[in-house]
Design a protein around this ligand. Structure first.
Ligand code: NAD
Length: 491
């Protein structure tokens, strides 16, 4: 496990020598200490990224060459697949099969953007027909500059990949800050980039707290773009900080996503996708379908099967065989989720199952899969993100009511619908005010498809070609092509 900052192609100690602890959420043991960067360290990282962008030529090498580096990073991730997945488990708590999937997806993300980097070589010049034929105009795409990327703890390496891969593909240089709760694999990404021969300064990784390292990044005047994934309150701070220097921003924030199940749905399939939508990664998923609306005629049957299946999920250390629900990421997150359940009950909700620490697991931030019913529509449990394995369920009578309930939220990240009636599923999908909509499933995520939210769930889109556009500026180059004098001042 690494502990230093990765700045300008080197491992360095933080200027003030501060560190923070890494705690394994399955055991509550401190397993490591990592450098806590301060503003002085961020200054060095930004200077390195600036030089790599302005002087060393990273944005000017061809896309083919940038693609080669990205492919080498993908290969480096694949070569250390198991080791990286195990680091993710001891850092974040997620079950090993999920972590293995995350690592595979991270490598896939670098490969996908390697392809797009190569395509940038051929495509970018777009001729524009302008209204005056004495002029010709063309449009080119250029990298935005130095990107400051700040990420959360729920998918540590994957969230880093979603930002670093498109940024490097576009020709930007990067200062990345992982979450102080899960920094281990981001540091390994730095080591992999170093082995891949990525030029110094192109990728810099500063570990540290949001208040110190994160704030120094968002305040830095020489950063051109902030790419953030995390909570709404932090997103809001980032937007304010960006306003000062008119930095470009992309924000991937929280959600309270609905899942509407019609009575023609297959009950077994519905139950499985509901579970996948809220218990995967302990419910610590921005797009978790945490509000389930079930058409009244099948409500009791779905609830009975759901509660039975949820009770059978094996809970434990993510490294143990068969475990599908690990601990929450930290003591703080555990306390927050438990408090949210208590507040829901106070507001009038009923606990159908769960709500407490599983028997026999006295150490670790474990919580039973929890299902709440009769959750008041104006309660925090129904309206705010809980970010834990906590599902709110309620019945509905009509399609119009389901759509109204689904859209009655300040969030708009994701939404899902299940019905065998294709026309109805399409109609409801069209009515959802959300950036990601699933029909007859919940959560499948593809590198090729745009990811991001409506309303307070964010601004901009990651992944796919949209993810690359996040890191590109548009430049028009207009030429006066006539031999005649312009003749405004000089006749
Ligand atoms: P958070 O906002 O607390 O922290 C996210 C990151 O911001 C961390 O690296 C943190 O250190 C940093 N940070 C905190 N304060 C800062 C400041 N003042 N200046 C700069 N950086 C600062 O979020 P979290 O608890 O790590 O993650 C959970 C949240 O992330 C949830 O709301 C979840 O929905 C959201 N999320 C969204 C997506 C998406 O794609 N939309 C994906 C994953 C997580």
């Amino acid at each position: 496990m690494r502990s230093k900052l990765y700045i300008d192609g080197q491992w360095i100690r933080p200027v003030h020598g501060k560190t923070f602890s890494v705690i394994n959420p399955a055991t509550e043991e401190t397993i490591h200490a990592i450098a806590a960067a301060t503003a002085e360290d961020v200054e060095l990282a930004v200077a390195a990224a600036r030089r790599a962008f302005d002087k060393d030529g990273w944005p000017r090498i061809d896309g083919q060459s940038r693609g080669c580096y990205l492919r080498a990073i993908a290969a480096g991730i694949r070569a250390r697949h198991d080791e990286l997945a195990r680091l993710e488990v001891i850092d974040n708590g997620k079950p090993l099969p999920e972590a293995l999937g995350d690592i595979e997806d991270s490598a896939g993300c670098f490969e996908y953007y390697a392809d797009l980097a190569e395509k940038l070589d051929n495509n970018p010049v777009e001729e524009i027909a302008v209204s005056d034929n004495r002029f010709t105009s063309k449009v080119v795409r250029e990298p935005v500059g130095v990107a400051g990327a700040i990420i959360p703890w729920n998918y540590p390496l994957l969230m880093a990949s979603w930002k670093v891969a498109p940024a490097l593909a576009a020709g930007c240089t990067v200062v990345l800050k992982p979450s102080e709760l899960t920094s281990l694999t981001a540091l390994e990404l730095a080591a992999i980039a170093m082995e891949a021969g990525l030029p110094a300064g192109v990728l810099n990784i500063v570990t540290g707290t949001g208040a110190e390292a994160g704030q120094a990044i968002i305040d830095h005047p020489l950063i051109d773009k902030l790419a953030f994934t995390g909570s709404v309150p932090t997103g809001s701070k980032i937007m304010s900080a960006a306003a000062r220097d008119i930095k470009r921003i992309s924000l991937e924030l929280g959600g309270k996503s609905p899942f509407v199940i019609f009575s023609d749905a297959d009950i077994e399939q519905a139950v499985e996708w509901i579970m996948f939508g809220i218990f995967w990664n302990q419910g610590q998923v921005c797009s978790a379908t945490s509000r389930v609306l079930i058409e009244a005629p099948i409500y009791d049957r779905v609830m009975a099967r759901l509660c039975q299946a949820a009770k059978e999920i094996r809970i434990g250390n993510g490294l143990d065989d068969g475990v599908l629900l690990g601990p929450l990421v930290s003591r703080g997150q555990y306390d927050k989720v438990v408090a949210a359940i208590e507040a829901a009950v106070k507001a009038g909700a009923r606990i159908a199952i769960g709500g407490k620490r599983p028997e026999g697991l006295d150490k670790g931030y474990y919580l039973e899969p929890t299902i709440l019913t009769e959750v008041p529509l104006d309660s925090a449990a129904w309206r705010e993100e809980i970010f834990g394995p906590v599902l709110c369920v309620r019945p509905f009578e009509t399609e119009a009511e389901a759509i109204e309930l689904a859209n009655d939220s300040r969030f708009g990240l994701a939404a899902a619908v299940m019905s065998q009636d294709e026309a109805r599923a399409e109609r409801v999908a069209a009515a959802f005010r959300a950036g990601i909509v699933w029909i007859n499933c919940s959560q499948p995520t593809f590198t090729e498809a745009p990811w991001g939210g409506y309303k307070t769930s964010g601004i901009g889109r990651e992944l796919g070609r949209w993810g690359l556009e996040n890191y590109l500026e548009v430049k028009q180059i207009t030429r006066y092509a006539s031999k005649k004098r312009w003749g405004w001042y000089l006749k």
